[in-house]
Design a protein around this ligand. Structure first.
Ligand code: FES
Length: 161
């Protein structure tokens, strides 16, 4: 089911394209922002609302790594492991966060404070190793100090400390 206010947002994107398929990416983003992940029900609702075949929506979901197919923790921390970041120590960053936070890479635990994920190039190779938090904030040139600050900032967002 798509909430009325989300339908308004989706309609705005539909109006920008000659074909409703053009709005699929943003319709999925709107649904994910609402529910934190994309269930089959959400994907089918988008297909139904845009009056397109479900396969046309599923193929978009499966192509882009920013879509979540399972509920994860409160925050998503994505670490780029493509070449530049890999050479600059991306797997050391992953190990550091795993040890510090007690999480495992790519484990989608809805009770977790953070979900740690591996991702392809984030387009910020000059700042390798790179993290993307909650699909919005880039963290470049990661060091243990910078990772600690990143994690402390996430605690502050929730008022945990
Ligand atoms: S290789 Fe990591 S941002 Fe490009």
């Amino acid at each position: 089911m798509i909430m009325a206010e989300d339908k308004v947002k989706i309609d705005q994107w539909v109006a920008k394209f000659p074909d409703p398929k053009g709005a699929v990416i943003m319709a999925l983003r709107i649904m994910q922002d609402r529910h934190r992940w994309l269930s089959d029900d959400s994907i089918n609702a988008v297909a139904n609302y845009l009056n397109i075949a479900p396969v046309d929506v599923y193929e978009v979901v499966s192509f882009y790594s920013m879509y979540r197919r399972s509920p994860g923790g409160k925050h998503f921390v994505k670490i780029c492991t493509s070449l530049s970041c890999c050479l600059a120590g991306a797997y050391d960053v992953i190990k550091y966060i795993e040890d510090k936070e007690g999480v495992s890479l790519n484990k989608l635990d809805p009770e977790a404070h953070i979900t740690l994920q591996e991702t392809e190039c984030l387009g910020a190779c000059q700042g390798a190793p790179v993290a993307l938090v909650d699909d919005e904030k880039y963290h470049l040139d990661l060091t243990p100090d910078k990772i600690n600050t990143l994690l402390q900032d996430l605690d502050l967002v929730e008022g945990v400390q």
